[in-house]
Design a protein around this ligand. Sequence first.
Ligand SMILES: O=P(O)(O)OC[C@H]1O[C@](O)(CO)[C@@H](O)[C@@H]1O
Length: 457
Amino acid sequence: MTLRYDASGLSPTIIGDKMSVSGEQRDALRARLEEALGNVKAAHERGELGFIDCPDFDAQEVQAWAADKRAQGFTDQVVIGIGGSSLGARAVYESMAELPDGGLRTHFAENVDPVGVANLFDGLDFSKTLFVVITKSGSTVETMTKFWYAWDRAVDELGEDEASSHFVAITGPDNAGLRALADDKGFDTFPVPPNVGGRFSVLTAVGLVPLALAGYDIAALVDGAGRARDVSMTDSVDDNAILKAAADMFELYERGADQVVMMAYSDQLLAMADWFRQLWAESLGKAKNRQGEEVNVGMTPIKALGAIDQHSQAQLYMEGPNDKHVVFLEVESFDREVTVPEREGLPESLSHLAGKSLGEILNAELQGTRRALQEAGRPTTTWRFDAVAPGEIGAFIFAWEFITAITGELLDINAFDQPGVELGKKLAHGLLGRQGFEEWAEMARSDEAEASGEEIG
Ligand SMILES: O=P(O)(O)OC[C@H]1O[C@](O)(CO)[C@@H](O)[C@@H]1O
């Protein structure tokens, strides 16, 4: 099957297959796409959708601050956050082939699993560890409990004065939780812009501060995001590969592909699928449309790793219900290579593998799987990276944020709230608090009804 290439100059290149959305279908969608783009631009002009401004972030200032911090003898950082306050930084961090010289080894303390937390903290040298605490709301249970534990241990190990120089807080500008504590204790702080939702915030201090501490080239990251923004804001649908990608996501959903499998053929890109899962699920899984009508829309995002999941999931993708759109992440040129030795003695049936690089083998596996899916009538899209480099990662991040916003418009829902998560959070607080559970649940439900989804979490 022939592939359709988008010639927008965007890198990574977005490649749809012929079976996904045809030219005629896109023509039919064209007016809706133009309207969606117009709505997104208008919201941005009103001061909403702050993620669109993220490529303008002043990377130099944060890089200078991080270089100064690194020069103070820290070797490790523990990033304490969850959801949008962790997944983006972790995805970018894990995309690095190796830690740059002088970069801080980074540990992501996301869960409140006692064994994971105890093991992590027992292995730390507190005198050389920086704790970067990230929460937009300043009150997330998982983050604030681990922060308080870290603070307590650091005070015991280092004394309160020294401990305060080991903490950095990245939080909403005026919340009463972490912000108030950080001001009181004298931590370095960075703001999370109020008009950038948590899951859209990796290109703010939320992601860029820990990444700069790890020695990542955040200037190249935001530059790449800027290139994707240029394409995203292009009015002509034909020249806008990102609008076309959104059209594919939406059209395929309408045709029954309500599951999106992001299948990375690169260990370095696997955590990008974790980041994508939150972005896609929290933004687009909604009960009501903008008119308040019950619609229950959403596409379930699934993460997969090639070639491993060929030996685990591919059977289902090939022959199970035709409800999946597989989005492949492909890498042309890997940061390191390993070659199958040409030493004599490999069985004849495997001799064609001698001398091949593992990158070549991985990509052949991707091509085989994609072709097989296409021949079975299953839609696919490929995001092809020349290399896993900061500029391409930045473009990938911005492009998916924008696709999410446009898809939200096409679905006629608010892609920027998360009312469904809020009730569970409140109930958990209630269970741990002084109120009886039922009494708290009653209060939480009525709060939730009042808040009814205008929140940018
Ligand atoms: O940054 P915060 O406020 O700690 O929130 C963490 C995450 O919790 C949520 O509000 C709900 O999962 C996400 O939207 C957010 O990214």
